[in-house]
Ligand binder design. Sequence first.
Ligand SMILES: Nc1ncnc2c1ncn2[C@@H]1O[C@H](COP(=O)(O)OP(=O)(O)O)[C@@H](O)[C@H]1O
Ligand SMILES: [Mg+2]
Length: 269
Amino acid sequence: MTQAQEEAGSGNYLLEARGITKHFGAVTALRGVDFHVGRGEVLGVVGDNGAGKSTLMKILSGLFAPSRGALIFDGRPIRFQSPHDARDLGIEMVYQDLALAENINIAENIFLGREPVRRLLGGWLPLVDHKAGRDHARQHLDNLHIHVKSVEQRVGELSGGQRQAVAIARATAFDAKLVIMDEPTAALAIKEVGKVLDLIKGLKDRGIGVVLISHRMDDIFYVCDRVMALFHGANFAEAALCDTSRSEVIGWIMGTKEGQGELAHDRVH
Ligand SMILES: Nc1ncnc2c1ncn2[C@@H]1O[C@H](COP(=O)(O)OP(=O)(O)O)[C@@H](O)[C@H]1O
Ligand SMILES: [Mg+2]
């Protein structure tokens, strides 16, 4: 491929990663992984425990630097020093352990670290504008069709599903282009799962790219456009949802491909 073709190709993706390798001391968590996601695309990422899913997402969201490999955002090579840099580009991650502060309220969680500021004394005295924060939070939750009693409710009082919704609201409050979610439904009651999945569909409808890590085939087959599988830190398989099946994807997680008796396990030392 010529460089021009390569550039044209990469420009089609919202975020692309090429040849990502990550070592943690003697452990190699990722081995030359290629990845891409488009605007308004929901990509499912599957793989067994330890396959490298969370590590890859932490690299895509700027928390870890790759040992080797390149990231390309909107056709341009990028290098993150911190999650702050990724956020500035509109890449947001909802972590597996959520990272919401329990003892403050919903509005404060949504704006944590990015509070609206009112300047007094000709701009010399910046003050957090709590009222503007509450109003923005309420409006944003309404836009996402997230219903809470009050944005002044403490997060510690919320159910798992409501917390997940607040975490998603937080991730999308500032012009997000890509939202990465690590097992967002794993800890939820069944009746809350559908709401979170519908929120993901709403993000897609607004042109936001979504990466969804999930073990639940129901999640993957309800919201995703495409699914990719990692196995032992490497790309294993991927397909458009319409070209695969639950049983095939479950096979990928275990390291098998249809029509291929051999287990990938047998080839990994
Ligand atoms: N911060 C870390 N330090 C050392 N090893 C890590 C760290 N994070 C992940 N690993 C290792 O990297 C591999 C991939 O882990 P992870 O990305 O969490 O997989 P998954 O999310 O698919 O379960 C595992 O062997 C794990 O023990
Ligand atoms: Mg993980």
